[in-house]
Ligand binder design. Structure first.
Ligand SMILES: [Zn+2]
Length: 90
């Protein structure tokens, strides 16, 4: 059984602000087979993924769309990446 260092926290880099943060503070967005972009609530969707942090600036729909376009090469359909700020409480 592998030892886990208690201080080890996996981090991901935000596609919008490029800051690395703990994975649980990020939302994963995935481009699936048909080219559409979805928010991955389970962290298990297959496809190419990127992460967006919870900073209000990064939640700006235009900035988020630009980040997704850059990271995934896909244009998110309006509404698909709408993320409610109060989701962060969960
Ligand atoms: Zn960010």
């Amino acid at each position: 059984m592998p030892k886990r260092r208690p201080d080890h926290i996996p981090t991901r880099t935000c596609a919008a602000c490029r800051v690395a943060r703990p994975k649980r503070e990020m939302d994963r967005l995935v481009r699936i087979g048909d080219g559409s972009v979805h928010r991955d609530l389970t962290g298990r969707l297959p496809g190419r993924g990127t992460y967006i942090c919870h900073e209000p600036d990064c939640r700006d729909p235009e900035r988020m769309a630009a980040a997704v376009r850059r990271a995934l090469g896909a244009e998110p359909a309006p509404g698909t990446i709408a993320i409610e700020v109060n989701d962060a409480a969960t």
